[in-house]
Design a binder for this molecule. Structure first.
Ligand code: BGC
Ligand code: ZN
Length: 367
């Protein structure tokens, strides 16, 4: 069957290839699920893998099938599968467990090992192919009523984890009740984080460079949050105007902005970093000032990567609630479809060149 793959370590090696069809019996104990892939989302991670910044083939192979944001339909289940049945719409988690205690209790996103296993990213093949097989533990059902949001399930799981982790950590404060949040970046993670924070009842300011109105600012407004163009009002000006934030989510992809955000956080607040910055940028920061304010304000800096099954499930609940609260807004994120696996070059072109493409995804097959 067809698959979109790269040769890890070799820049711009994206190509179409023929790979063997998976066998449901490769999963032990009758727990296998065979999924027909319908759509797969791609993002900066795929672009950076094709730039050979990271990504590794599974042992024994010299290629890596791309794609970690999948949406599909169950075709066949093993005799001991209970969670899903043929015909169900599903997505799948990205990470697979390593050997640490965290991996053994289903929190593989928290592995303490340096080596991590991620489908379509590191050491495991991804979903940009016609079908895949996996154990039911990693398959998450998508309600039929959310099928129009298809490839948003995985990015949403990352937003759900990032914010869930902040609340979890802030139980240290006993009575933490954040009022104001800043979201830095209006890409998919920024916009989905905006949604989650709004559903938590916060006043949300979502920041990105370009002055509105444009699609991103309209989506932010549609979620009843405030869009701030940093070319008009930078973070310092915003803070002077509305005060510091209780919670900041950085999803800019810029380590400079991630550090800059430290100066916009109020006492007892939490700053969450979610971006994978593959480059080598260096930035000067006012370290004395940040240090003293961090200590005097009991502030928290938290990194959050990936997600496990629980975050997929809570993210899906928030998408469902979001659809009821703000009907029709979230699907506007899904800007840029590509038709079929054969069009892998167009997929990469949109990812690399098209600034108006908020979300690129491949229509792999019809139902
Ligand atoms: C994915 C995450 C993954 C991360 C780092 C992101 O694009 O959405 O699931 O953990 O890249 O590999
Ligand atoms: Zn991703």
């Amino acid at each position: 069957m067809k698959a979109i793959a790269v040769t890890p370590g070799k820049p711009h090696s994206v190509h179409l290839r023929d790979i063997p069809r998976p066998d449901i019996n490769s999963v032990p104990n009758g727990k296998g699920v065979r999924v027909k892939v319908l759509k797969v989302g791609v993002d900066a991670t795929d672009r950076e893998i094709n730039d050979a910044l990271y990504g590794n083939s599974p042992p024994g192979d010299d290629y890596l099938v791309l794609g970690h944001e999948c949406f599909g339909r169950v075709e066949e289940v093993g005799p001991n599968v209970r969670r899903v049945k043929p015909g169900d719409y599903v997505t799948a988690t990205v990470r697979r467990p390593g050997g640490s205690i965290y991996d053994q209790i289903g929190t593989y996103d928290m592995t303490s090992e340096e080596t991590y296993y991620e489908r379509g990213i590191n050491l495991l093949h991804g979903y940009l192919t016609e079908e895949f097989v996996d154990a039911e533990d990693y398959i998450v059902r998508v309600p039929e009523g959310l099928k129009h949001l298809h490839v948003l399930m995985e990015p949403m799981s990352c937003a759900a984890k990032a914010i869930g982790q902040a609340y979890e950590c802030q139980r240290r404060m006993k009575v933490w009740s954040p009022q104001r949040a800043f979201v830095l970046g209006a890409g998919q993670i920024g916009l989905l984080s905006t949604l989650v924070l709004k559903l938590h009842g916060l006043e949300v300011f979502t920041l990105a460079r370009a002055p509105g109105p444009h699609l991103k600012s309209e989506i932010v407004a549609g979620l009843e949050a405030n869009y701030v163009s940093t070319s008009q009002t930078d973070l310092a000006a915003l803070t002077a105007k509305v005060g510091k934030a209780d919670l900041i989510i950085d999803a800019t992809g810029s380590s400079r902005l991630a550090f800059e955000a430290m100066q916009a956080l109020g006492h007892n607040g939490a700053l969450v970093w979610t971006s994978i910055t593959g480059g080598k940028a260096k930035t000067e920061v006012p370290s004395d000032r940040i240090n003293i304010e961090w200590v005097l304000g009991n502030k928290l800096l938290l990194g959050s990567v990936n997600a496990n099954r629980d975050h997929f499930e809570s993210g899906i609940k928030d998408l469902a609630l979001g659809e009821v609260m703000y009907p029709g807004v979230l699907e506007r994120i899904l800007t840029s479809p590509v038709d079929g696996l054969d069009n892998y070059a167009e997929m990469m072109r949109l990812l690399v060149e098209d600034n108006s493409a908020l979300k690129v995804y491949v229509n792999v097959a019809n139902e």
